[in-house]
Ligand binder design. Structure first.
Ligand code: 5RP
Length: 228
């Protein structure tokens, strides 16, 4: 089945997953990307069943408004019921690489603030070990060469997304060729480099639930477990 069809199926599955728990007071956290965009469209058809949403990017905020969904400032809220977002890679422990769209920092803030995180992907995003997809890093511009050197010391190299400025006014470096057998450790290491705002590894903030659209269109479900 074609990938766009699979994205639509998994987005629909996420709507089904959250729908029974929605109340008129529910506020949803919304990720960024093409899979999430389809989720937003589907959500627009049931917008009377919940209060509104928090966006993880200006792009998603625009989509939400177009779908007629009320958008809230995260700091005005007591609670975000559930966060739904895509990913660039997912390993078998549900550790993720995110930030292909450059929204990783806000995605990590909203997913961390939410009571539940549901990640929606198609089967091409499932990997044995993270790292084939370059790891996005949001960096304060002044720290660009420092971060580049530190990633080099870790055995990788970075490319700069020329002309791309994040919603927070920073740059994105994509780290290639990193060996990531332990995403938790690498997440800590990269986040510890001065000038790094966020790395797009989601190992501390893994999803509670991963929905995967398989090649035949069936949806596979994986729950978070303790990493041994
Ligand atoms: C954006 C992200 C996206 O979730 C990720 O890039 C997947 O996008 P898509 O659904 O378009 O494949 O992390 O920053």
């Amino acid at each position: 089945m074609d990938i766009d069809k699979l994205k639509a199926l998994v987005a629909e599955a996420a709507v089904t997953e959250i729908r029974s728990n929605l109340t008129p007071n529910s506020v949803l956290g919304i990720g960024t990307g093409s899979t999430t965009n389809i989720f937003i469209e589907r959500l627009g058809t049931i917008k009377e069943e919940f209060e509104g949403a928090v966006a993880s990017s200006k792009a998603s905020e625009k989509k939400l408004i177009e779908a007629g969904i009320r958008v809230y400032d995260i700091n005005s809220l007591k609670k975000i019921d559930v966060y739904v977002d895509g990913a660039d890679e997912a390993d078998r422990n549900l550790c993720l690489t995110k930030g292909g769209g450059g929204a990783l920092t806000r995605e990590k803030i909203v997913s961390s603030a939410a009571e539940k995180f549901i990640c929606i992907i198609d089967y091409t995003k499932e990997v044995e070990t993270l790292g084939k997809f370059p790891i996005p890093i949001e960096v304060i511009p002044m720290a660009m060469s420092l971060v580049e050197k530190r990633i080099h010391l870790m055995g990788g190299f970075v490319t700069h997304r020329e002309g791309f400025i994040t919603d927070n006014g920073n740059i994105i470096l994509d780290a290639h060729n990193l060996d990531i057998p332990n995403p938790l450790m690498i997440e800590d290491l990269i986040n510890g480099i001065p000038g790094v705002v966020t790395v797009g590894l989601f190992a501390k903030e893994r999803p509670d639930l991963l929905l995967i659209a398989m090649p035949d269109g069936k949806i596979q479900t994986k729950q978070q477990h303790v990493i041994s």
